[in-house]
Design a protein around this ligand. Structure first.
Ligand SMILES: O=C(O)CCC(=O)C(=O)O
Length: 278
């Protein structure tokens, strides 16, 4: 299975429309790959909080149209990263919704090679503590897996990478390849690499983690998109700048690793609750 991670540069001096056209062209150039992956919030930038509301799209907005077409023309499965989504007005609470507006979500879209929308994942763990995404956006509440011909994808987004229980849930639902689009900042790059490898080792799964390059809203991005195999070995790692990272994976390696070193079978389900300290 050939996977291409498009580590897009998201800089403040490029318009969303121009970046959308440029990224659609980049996707078309990946004909021959089985799976193409884009980063988190690459239209606006993950830290351009003030643009989320203005650039938010409904599920059938311009990014969906452009990415569906690009996936179909390239004939690839496309994880189109995420976009700020404006949900329906009655679609939930909070998320910075003004009166009459629907909530915002950080929403990933996956397309089949015929351009059909195959899956939608709304980011569950919102980043920013009491600021930014954490207050502007609403949280998703569903784990999402996507069966492909060679493997089953498990979907997560950026900050989700810090929450191992989410990935365990995806593995329990059949995931073998964990896909993590991100807009991870340079300042915490060591965590990015460490956590991507940890999620691969503990779940005995491939991890495809695709970040952004460039600087937007004053936040330099880490780049360094990474592909890790089920043994925790790094198969490929990008540098800091815009780059297409292409790698050939053997999907059978997941079953082989789980069979030869069956640690997942030793999980103790229903561990006792710790007694609170007196
Ligand atoms: O967890 C981190 O350090 C970065 C998370 C982040 O930037 C995000 O989720 O947008």
């Amino acid at each position: 299975m050939r996977a291409s991670l498009l580590q897009v540069a998201v800089n403040g001096d490029e318009t969303v429309e121009s970046r959308r056209r440029r990224v659609a062209d980049l996707v078309r150039e990946q004909a021959g790959a089985d799976l193409v992956v884009l980063p988190e919030l690459w239209t606006t930038g993950a830290f351009a909080h003030e643009d989320f509301g203005r650039e938010a799209e409904p599920l059938d907005g311009p990014t969906r149209q452009a990415m569906a077409e690009a996936a179909r023309e390239a004939g690839v499965w496309l994880h189109a990263g995420s976009v700020p989504e404006r949900g329906a007005p009655d679609g939930g609470s909070g998320g910075g919704a003004d009166a009459g507006e629907g909530p915002l979500y950080n929403t990933s879209l996956v397309f089949s090679p015929s351009g059909e929308l195959a899956a939608v994942y709304r980011k569950i763990h919102r980043f920013g503590f009491d600021e930014g995404e954490a207050v502007l956006m609403s949280a998703g509440d569903a784990l999402v897996t996507v069966p492909l011909p060679h493997t089953t994808l498990g979907l997560a987004t950026c900050y989700d990478l810090r929450f191992p229980e989410l990935f365990r849930g995806l593995v329990d639902a059949g995931a073998e390849t964990l896909v993590v689009p991100a807009g991870w900042p340079e300042r915490r790059r060591s965590h990015w690499t460490l956590l991507a490898r940890a999620r691969a080792v503990e779940n005995q799964a491939f991890v495809l983690a695709c970040g952004t390059a460039g600087t937007h809203a004053g936040v330099p991005q880490a780049g360094h998109s990474i592909v890790v195999d089920p043994w925790g070995e790094v198969l490929a790692e990008a540098g800091p700048d815009e780059q297409v990272l292409t790698v050939d994976l053997d999907p059978a390696k997941v079953a082989k690793t789980r069979e030869q070193f069956p640690a997942l079978k030793d999980r103790l389900l229903g561990l006792p609750t710790p007694t609170p300290r007196p």
